[in-house]
Design a protein around this ligand. Structure first.
Ligand SMILES: NC(=O)c1ccc[n+]([C@@H]2O[C@H](COP(=O)([O-])OP(=O)(O)OC[C@H]3O[C@@H](n4cnc5c(N)ncnc54)[C@H](O)[C@@H]3O)[C@@H](O)[C@H]2O)c1
Length: 157
């Protein structure tokens, strides 16, 4: 009986979602402007973080870029500036709490309060679970888990 009720609910939700999508096709939702917003993107010296920074730069946000790789993060900043955006690169090791806290202080005084945070930082070692070395396990937790807590700790941003 419960399963039948779930199917009925699913049926109506699906119909509703299609109708909503159809209406929104003709009456698009006004998109929020992020022009002038301060956007902090971690790990933005390369890859997805850099590409995200470029998208915000095109929308004329102020991009704050964190990465462990100085060359990479400065290159991202340069490309963002060429797109007409203000860009502030910082060398930060997101696996180190004190690095994150001191960078957050600098951002606050040099750029301002962050409006949007893109917590992109992450590492993957690409080896089988049982072959992971101790230091790789620790790094995974430091960057993929703990860093998110330190960065989201708004009192430090
Ligand atoms: N690319 C994919 O297909 C994919 C898929 C799923 C998840 N992800 C995740 O998305 C995130 C970004 O992936 P990507 O492919 O852009 O990676 P990438 O390797 O291209 O870039 C990662 C960036 O992070 C920086 N970095 C590494 N350790 C750091 C640290 N401790 N502190 C600060 N910066 C550090 C590197 O210098 C580099 O610039 C990662 O969390 C990754 O696990 C990626």
């Amino acid at each position: 009986m419960a399963l039948l009720l779930e199917f009925i609910a699913l049926f109506f939700i699906t119909i509703y979602s299609y109708l909503e999508a159809l209406v929104l096709l003709f009456i698009p939702v006004k998109r929020k402007s992020v022009r002038g917003d301060i956007v902090l993107i971690t790990d933005s010296g390369h890859g997805i973080g850099r590409l995200t920074a470029l998208e915000f730069a095109k929308l004329q946000s102020i991009v704050v870029l964190w990465d462990i790789n100085k060359e990479g993060v400065e290159e991202t900043a340069e490309v963002c500036r060429n797109l007409g955006a203000k860009a502030y690169p910082y060398v930060v090791d997101c696996s180190k709490r004190n690095d994150i806290y001191s960078a957050a202080e600098k951002v606050k005084s040099e750029v301002g309060d962050v409006d949007i945070l893109i917590n992109n930082a992450g590492v993957v070692f690409g080896v089988e679970f049982l072959n992971l070395k101790d230091h790789q396990i620790e790094k995974t937790f430091e960057v993929n888990i703990l860093a998110h807590f330190w960065v989201c700790n708004l009192s430090n941003l």
